[in-house]
Write a protein that binds this ligand. Sequence first.
Ligand SMILES: [Zn+2]
Length: 336
Amino acid sequence: MDSRYSRQVRFAPLGEEGQRRIRAARVAIVGCGALGTVQAEALARAGLGTLRLIDRDFVEWSNLQRQFLFDEADAAEALPKAVAAARRLAKVNSEVAVEPMVADLTPANAAELLEDIDLILDGTDNFETRYLINDFAVRGNIPWIYGAAVGSYGLKLAIVPGRTACFRCVYPDPPRGVQPTCETAGVLGPVTATIAALQAADALRILAAGRDSFTARLTTVDVWSGEIRQLDPPARDPDCGCCAHRDFVHLDGARRAPISLCGRNAVQIHERARPIDLGSLARQLSALAPVRANEFALRVTLDLYELTVFPDGRAIIKGTTDVGLARSLYARYVGA
Ligand SMILES: [Zn+2]
């Protein structure tokens, strides 16, 4: 009888030895959205050993258009994405140890959330988190695969410390000015799926065949025009603050200010790390408006704003991009 992984084992460059390495590997996916869910399913089906899913968000109806692991029940329950993805992956391949982490990756928790990880996949939607991943990966000599998409366009680049340019060699500073986001420019499911599949392929190759033979090309894809380009590997910057001078500024800040979320008219508050009893908060707020709560999150709509509060004290306030207003709503309804 053909084994579960026979088709990829028969692919000679991977083979039995490559499969053993994949089985022994531990991968973290940061951001379990359009990119992360496709990466996660690809690696789970390939027989990865351990898959850690890090995501701070919950499933919404507007995710279902492109986020492959989620269904309508997940959106109706507003399940955390990491939890919903882990439930689905347990049915896809029960041999994989899936570790859902409902958390926002920050300088304060990066060492804990990315402990003992062999490779990191980028499923995020913002430069801030990518700089943090890059600092952590370069410091710890861990390969990671950058990927991004908006509209019909996307790109991916593998970063192998000591061998390729790092993210800060390529992008010393975040892009200036207003950038298109998934909210303003939209995004097509096929482009995120394509970029995520290319990222997963790089991950399998690095895990199975080793990082020393790896060539990092920058791949760009436009699924609407049909243009696909392979650019030469970006050069390492001999004066790079990160990989040359090893100045890991993005890991140093222990706290971050609240940030506006990509793709939504919302602000996340995550500067207050303190446990919150969602049951008693629900009782308190139910005098003002209908409250929906489960063990993972509480949601209430107050006037023009929708508050979602998590047990770790984090909150997402929808209906505004004004950080000051979001802070004051948090203070008013959740407590300072
Ligand atoms: Zn660098």
